[in-house]
Write a protein that binds this ligand. Sequence first.
Ligand code: NAD
Ligand code: WQD
Length: 330
Amino acid sequence: MNILVSGGTGYIGSHTVVELIAAGHSVVIVDNLVNSKIETLDKIEKISGVKPTFYHVDCTDLDKIEAIFKLHTFDGIIHFAGLKAVGESVTIPLAYYYNNLVSTINLSQLALKYKVNKFVFSSSATVYGDQKVPFSEDMALLPTTNPYGETKAMSERILRDTASVNKDFHVSILRYFNPVGAHSSGLIGESPNGIPNNLMPYIQKVANKKLPILSVYGNDYDTPDGTGVRDYIHVVDLAKGHVLAIEKLVDPVEIYNLGSGDGVSVLELLTAFETANKIEIPYKIVDRRAGDIASSYADASKAYKKLGWKTHKTLIDMCKDTWKFEKSNK
Ligand code: NAD
Ligand code: WQD
C-alpha cells in the first residue's frame, strides 16, 4: 500500500513508518515539525534503508494538504498529527480544538474526495475517563478532564459519523494506553524539551541527571501500592499494531485498545527502570496531580482476536530501550 502518514516524524509516527517500510509499504509523511525534527527522516533511513517522501505542511491547511493528494495516489491514511500535552490543552484550549479537529476534518474530507478508503486514527485511553478497569472497547466514553481528551473523543465521533454514511470509507480507531520506550537502535525515541509531563520521560531525565528528583504524584490511590496504575506499551509493539490495523481494515468502523493488558504502578515502573539500567532514581512522594485517575489498563483481547496483535516487549525492554535512546541523544 501507499500510505500517507500525518505526524510521521513524531514519536509514534516515526516508529510506525519504520514498521510500515519493513512490511513492504510505501510511505509519504506530512508533518509541520511543531513537535519533531527533520533529522528524524535521516534516522528512519538509517534504520530502514528508505527515506520517505516528506512534506513540511500543516494539516490544518486544506489547500496545501490537497496539493499532496493531487501528487500521490494513497491506499490509506494513518493520522497521528496532533498536539498532545494534556496540561497545555487546559491553558490554550482553542489551539488544541483547532489543531486536532481541523486536521482530522481536512484529512477525512480529502480521503472521501480522493477515494482513500482506509483511515487509521490515533485515539487515546483517556476517552474512557474514570471507570472500572480493565477498559474494553464497548464501554461508554466518559467526559475527560481536559480539552486534549475531548479532541480525541470528538475526532472519534467525526470519523464514526463519516464512515456510517460513506460505505467505502473504513475507519480504524486505535486507543493507545501509555506508549513508552524507543527503537532498539537508539536512533528514534522520545525526549521532550523542557520539563516532561509524562512519567517515563521524567524518569529518563532524572537518570540522565538533567532533573534532580522524580515527584511521585500521590501514594494514597486505591491501588496495590497506592501509586497510579497504568498500562505501559512499548512503542515498537504499538507501531506494529498500526501495520495490522491498516492491512486488516475491512469493517466500516473498527475500534481497538492497544495496550498490554497489564497494570503497572509508578513505583513498579521506577523499580523496573532501576533494575534494567542499574541506575538509582531518587524520588519523593508529593500530592496527587489534578485530573489523574487511580488505574487505567486495557482489555486488549479484541486486538488479539481480530488482528492477531499482542505485545511482545517487556517492561524491562521498555526501560532499557528508553535509556539507550536517552544516552545516545545527550
Ligand atoms: P508527537 O508530538 O511526537 O507526534 C505528533 C506529530 O504531529 C509531531 O511530529 C508534530 O510535529 C505533528 N503535528 C502536530 N500538529 C500538526 C499539524 N497540524 N499538522 C502537521 N503535523 C502536526 O506525539 P506522539 O506521541 O507521536 O503522538 C502521536 C498521536 O498519538 C497524537 O495524535 C497523540 O495525541 C496520540 N496519542 C499519543 C499518546 C502518547 O502518550 N504519546 C497516547 C495516546 C494517543
Ligand atoms: C502516568 C502515571 C501519574 C509524571 C497521559 C495522558 C494520556 C496519554 C498518555 C495521550 C500517573 C504518574 C507522572 C510524574 C508521576 N497521552 N506520574 N510523576 O497521565 O496516564 O496519561 O499520557 O493521549 O492522555 O493523560 O501518563 O505518564 O503522565 O502518568 O508520579 O512526574 O505516572 O500520576 O499515575 P497518564 P503519565
